[in-house]
Write a protein that binds this ligand. Structure first.
Ligand SMILES: NC(=O)c1ccc[n+]([C@@H]2O[C@H](COP(=O)([O-])OP(=O)(O)OC[C@H]3O[C@@H](n4cnc5c(N)ncnc54)[C@H](OP(=O)(O)O)[C@@H]3O)[C@@H](O)[C@H]2O)c1
Length: 267
């Protein structure tokens, strides 16, 4: 299969106002000369990013401000992204987590987690796949899962479940879309030093520089390599790859027991 050529073509990136999404948008513009359409809720951050990418890298960059936990915003993102524009790539990266006792996760917070991490991904994939296949353009779709999708993670139980869904859905979708020429890449990183850790409180437990913890730019480089090579599943970094191997070899109960000791809140 030919590589995914992003130069001079448009790629949609959700969750591009911070962390991995922001760095993937930068990498697409800087390293691949691609145009980007970035999506998130924080308009100021998206506009600053677009200005930066246009000025520094001479690419086209536009933003759509949207809350992907709202179905009407998800539909609008697709409409605005594809109005008078042919997308060649789409990276569905926006995500949120919850760290704590699973039974204390409020129903509303769980619904937001599910809508953002799962429902928006399924709906956007369904809308985007035929568009990326149009005119035989053989585009590419990347879904951001996590090592937490390979291994059950206690105290991130609901998040871990959403990422397991994305992994399974993406790998299955890759096969369904094969005849259309559209590649689907599931990217499953481990810890990345981003705002997600601050927002969830996980920064009390995991910090930049810890063993296996990646920086967002480093992780984005891995993600873009997998995306442009049309890899079906990519787990970046030797430690995460060792965990992925353990997930295949060890009983899930044993993995969950060990993971619980790492993630249990408290001193
Ligand atoms: N950090 C890690 O250790 C880690 C590990 C494995 C996988 N991941 C995955 O990597 C992806 C990126 O996470 P990150 O670490 O880069 O976190 P981050 O810095 O918190 O970025 C999350 C992005 O998602 C956007 N977002 C969140 N809720 C949204 C909503 N309702 N509508 C639209 N956009 C929304 C945020 O933008 P706004 O707030 O502006 O809307 C932000 O741009 C996520 O899918 C995450 O699960 C992260």
């Amino acid at each position: 299969m030919t590589t995914l050529e992003l130069r001079g073509r448009w790629t949609l990136v959700t969750g591009a106002s911070s962390g991995l999404g922001l760095e993937m948008a930068r990498a697409i513009a800087r390293d691949h000369g691609g145009h980007v359409l970035v999506v998130a809720r924080r308009r100021d951050r998206l506009e600053a990013l677009c200005e930066e990418l246009r000025t520094r890298h001479g690419v086209q960059a536009e933003c759509v401000v949207a809350d992907l936990s709202r179905p009407e915003d998800v539909e609008r993102v697709f409409t605005e992204a594809t109005r008078e524009r042919q997308l060649h790539g789409a990276v569905l990266n926006a995500g949120v987590t919850y760290w704590g006792d699973a039974v204390k996760l409020a129903p509303g917070a769980f619904q937001t987690l599910l809508d953002t991490n799962v429902t928006s991904v399924v709906r956007l994939s369904a809308l985007l796949a035929p568009h990326l296949a149009a005119h035989g353009t053989r585009g590419g779709l990347m879904l951001v899962s996590s090592v937490a999708g390979l291994i059950p993670v206690p105290y991130q139980a609901a998040y871990s479940g959403t990422k397991a869904f994305v992994l399974s859905y993406g790998q299955a979708l890759a096969q369904e879309l094969r005849p259309t020429g559209v590649s689907v890449t599931v990217f499953a990183p481990g810890g990345i030093a981003t705002e997600l850790l601050e927002h969830s409180g996980l920064s009390q437990r995991f910090k930049a520089g810890d063993l296996g913890m990646m920086t967002a730019p480093e992780c984005a480089t891995h993600a873009l390599r997998a995306f442009t090579r049309r890899r079906t599943l990519s787990v970046p970094g030797w430690l995460n790859q060792a965990l992925a191997l353990a997930a295949r070899l060890l009983p899930r109960g044993v993995l969950a027991q060990h993971t619980a000791t790492l993630y249990r809140p408290g001193p």
